[in-house]
Design a protein around this ligand. Structure first.
Ligand code: GLN
Length: 486
């Protein structure tokens, strides 16, 4: 077994036992990145020198008998909207192409404290708006299972690089599905925690009431290990809970789901879903029944309005959040004759077409006269949806659902049709609007493409999700490494 095939847990163990140096582990992963990057284009900024220097420092610390933490020596990659001190943070936008933050996102410092080695910053849709990475201002990332297809988005570079073995753990942000949809398309785990579980401090905001940060991994153990490191209170994010988090890895021991109720959402049955996804859901349902769970129907009558409401609320918040990119304070600053001219020219040159579409929509739904008709009404629908979820979780402990309606689509297939692109998030965005935790996991393969399925839990119900996932991993197997034949 090559080192790039190993899990984060195994690498950390090997380092602790002295079987491999951090330098060796980092070199192997940088080599894997070098070999596949010409095909995949997953990384905006590789951090080779920084990673080598950090590895050397960690090896010295280990030789001195120190144990810097549970991820010591584990290579990690973060989406390029995570602020990194002295390292450019672009959001895959011309606006921030050369912007260097003066501080680290909290998640980045928690990873560093745990001994992880940051080896690169991953490509994404510009400002996290999109489902394919085709909206990156720099390049499109390829799906490691079939490079003619997209890896999903917006955290497509993080998903592709984890699936292909650049790093066993990578990180993304999820506002409407941007961790789970690319995890499904790349055949790995991708988890969006309960809103407030993980600090958002230092991650460039898109829609602050919906954004959460989470990990990608190829084993459940690694995913839970990553959660134990990043899910901590943080006084710099007022929405981050101060409560103690569970020992997530305890869920790995679960083999029995007796007494647990798995909900299937009645309204989702009416949607057009690719056959292999329906089959994967049936396999998962059977495995959960085998472990002693019962299956119940739950109803979310308002869920059909979810997509429309999301595309009011997310652009509204984005139009406010992205107002800061004015040519004065951050990144790009265009040549101009006056202040107003500076705003116009900077924003015209700095933002791509999808970001402009969202900002126009968002400004419109917040403008006087339309605020009540669109924005306020969407908020009311979200309140109803939250109630419906609360009722559903009175009847079920966890919900089993598709992650996406389709398997990974081809590059170019949806780029000309925004609504078709938005449809990719049909099953993921309800969890964001209700603030719920949700996991995408691999449910098998169809003609060489991975098939994702989703588990949604009640607020702070991550252990319900992870227990069901532990049973599913034992029954269906862990994800395979992608990119073997590239
Ligand atoms: N694809 C969705 C969008 O374009 C979700 C993005 C995300 O979660 N960041 O808004």
């Amino acid at each position: 077994m090559e080192l790039f095939e190993c899990s984060a847990a195994d690498l950390a163990r090997a380092v602790r036992e002295g079987a491999h140096s951090v330098a060796e582990i980092v070199e192997v992963h940088l080599g894997r990145m070098d070999r596949l990057e010409p095909v995949l284009s997953a990384i905006v900024t590789p951090l080779k020198d920084e990673a080598r220097a950090r590895a050397a420092a960690l090896d010295i610390a280990l030789a001195r008998g120190e144990n810097p933490g549970p991820l010591t020596g584990v290579p990690v990659i973060v989406k390029d909207n995570f602020c990194t001190r002295r390292i450019r943070t672009t959001c895959s936008s011309r606006m921030l192409e050369n912007w260097i933050p003066p501080y680290d996102a909290t998640v980045v410092s928690y990873l560093e404290r745990a001994g992880a080695v940051l080896i690169g910053k991953a490509n994404m849709d510009e400002f996290a708006m999109g489902s394919s990475t085709e909206h990156s201002a720099f390049f499109t990332t390829s799906n490691p299972w079939d490079p003619s297809r997209v890896p999903g988005g917006s955290s497509g570079g993080s998903a592709a690089s984890c699936a292909a073995g650049y790093a066993p753990l990578t990180f993304g942000s999820d506002t409407g599905g941007s961790i789970r949809q690319p995890a499904a398309f790349c055949g790995i785990y991708g988890f969006k925690p309960t809103y407030g579980m993980v600090s958002r401090y230092g991650v460039v905001p898109f829609a602050s009431s919906l954004d959460q940060i989470g990990p990608f991994a190829r084993t459940l153990e690694d995913l839970l290990l990553a959660m134990e490191v990043i899910a901590e209170a943080d006084e710099k994010d007022a929405t981050c809970s101060r409560a103690l988090r569970p020992d997530f890895r305890k869920a790995l021991d679960v083999t029995d789901l007796k007494g647990k109720r798995v909900g299937l959402v009645r309204e989702f049955e009416g949607y057009d879903i690719d056959g292999p996804i329906v089959d994967a859901l049936a396999r998962a349902r059977a495995a959960l029944l085998d472990a002693g769970a019962t299956v119940v129907d739950v109803s979310l009558p308002t869920v059909s309005h979810g997509l429309a409401c999301y595309y009011i609320i997310a652009p509204a918040e984005a139009s406010s959040n992205l107002a800061r990119f004015d040519g004065v304070r951050y990144g790009l600053s265009a040549e101009a004759d006056s202040l107003i001219d500076l705003y116009h020219r900077t924003r015209k040159a700095g933002f791509g077409p999808e970001v402009k579409r969202r900002l126009l929509t968002g400004t419109y739904v917040l403008s006087s006269g339309y605020y009540d008709a669109y924005y306020n009404k969407a908020l009311k629908v979200v309140a109803i949806l939250r109630d419906e979820f609360a009722r559903a979780f009175g009847e079920a402990d966890v919900i089993l659902a598709p992650t996406t309606p389709t398997l990974p689509f081809r590059k170019g297939e949806n780029i000309g049709d925004p609504i078709k692109m938005y449809m990719s998030d049909l099953f993921t965005l309800p969890a964001n609007m209700a603030g719920l935790p949700a996991l995408s996991l691999n449910g098998g393969y169809s003609d060489g493409l991975p098939v994702g399925i989703q588990l949604i839990g009640p607020r702070w119900g991550e252990m319900e999700i992870f227990s069901a996932a532990a049973v599913l991993e034992k029954a269906l197997g862990a994800p395979r490494l992608a990119g073997g034949d590239l």
